[in-house]
Design a protein around this ligand. Sequence first.
Ligand code: HEC
Length: 120
Amino acid sequence: MTYRTGRFAAAFAGLALLALAGCDRNEEAVAPVTLNAHEATLYAHSCSTCHEDPATGAPRTHDIEAWTPRIAKGDAQLLANIIDGFNGMPPLGQCIECTAEEFIRLTHFMAAPAGGETNE
Ligand code: HEC
């Protein structure tokens, strides 16, 4: 999606209406994300080791139900929890080289339905 003002305003108004109506908010809360090669490497080396292993208690990648209440916290709160750690989630998700933007991209990748597959 391009974020040119006109289109963005229209898309945003549509989203706001959906949110107000309270309908189908849980479906497609996050659009599928396609990771670039660098992000895919970060994901493979850190996030995936826990977020693809149910034994860790981490919300599983592409498990929309598990991610919906997390995403509802908002990106700022999620970023703070990634940086500081959150229960079983280690500080920085064991990715010291990840930037704030990458943390959010990786989170949205995991929280979104499959379809934005890793792009290596
Ligand atoms: C060592 C295991 C581990 C690694 C590595 C890991 N996580 Fe997590 N993560 C967890 C666990 C466990 C939870 C669930 C914590 C809870 O809610 O008790 C979690 C939760 C989260 C949450 C939700 C936090 C919240 O406020 O609900 C986000 C966002 C997240 N992880 C992002 C990431 C990202 C991005 C990476 C890679 C850079 C990553 N994690 C790497 C174990 C891990």
